[in-house]
Design a protein around this ligand. Structure first.
Ligand code: PRP
Length: 180
């Protein structure tokens, strides 16, 4: 069973649901009377995106993009490539980029820079998890679910070797699974 590989549950389904609802209320307050566009950065954010967008009661459009970042081991590098671009024009739109985790900041600083050049009305970042001690590039995070320590977390969209994304909670992977 997948659960046997988990050392500790960091955030339960209930905790995630509560926090997602709180973020949604904050976004509704900040963008009251406006229309927003949520951009999910695949693949890790797909579950967070699905829950967050259903908790937001504002006129809202959705789009998806995919990037790959090259690095050694578990650390991304500054080299990022768009592997799937947005389908929609973002000119003049209020964007909220939805991410599962902000780590070194390499991926997001690159991505936010690219989006800025396409002249949206505004861009904000929403990340469910944040590992501040790992930051290499400064990134402004407007909506943060939870700060977490530098542990190997999986579930609720986050993977190890493409597995565990389907766990309904966020857990810390047993070190023996990834050879840590
Ligand atoms: C994760 C996450 C961010 C990035 C953050 O994606 O979704 O895109 O890493 O790391 P950084 O701050 O160090 O750049 P990942 O590369 O694991 O791909 P995935 O979403 O497809 O799992």
């Amino acid at each position: 069973m997948l659960e046997n590989d988990i050392q500790e549950i960091l955030f339960s389904e209930e905790q995630l649901k509560t926090r997602v609802a709180e973020i949604a209320r904050q976004i509704e307050t900040d963008y009251a009377g406006q229309e927003i566009m949520l951009i999910s950065v695949l693949r890790g954010s797909f579950i967070f995106m699905a829950d967050l967008c259903r908790a937001i009661h504002l006129p809202c459009t959705l789009d998806f993009m995919s990037v790959s970042s090259y690095g050694t081991g578990t650390t991304s590098s500054g080299q990022v490539q768009i592997t799937k671009d947005l389908s929609e024009d973002i000119t003049g739109r209020n964007l909220i980029v939805v991410e599962d985790i902000l780590d070194s900041g390499n991926t997001l600083s690159y991505l936010l820079n690219i989006l800025d050049h396409r002249h949206p009305a505004s861009v904000r970042l929403c990340a469910l998890l944040d590992k501040p001690e790992r930051r290499v590039k400064p990134v402004e995070l407007h909506y943060r679910g939870f700060p977490i320590p530098d542990a190997f977390v999986v579930g609720y969209g986050l993977d190890y070797a493409e597995k565990y994304r389907n766990l309904p909670y966020i857990g810390i992977l047993k070190p023996e699974i990834y050879g840590g």
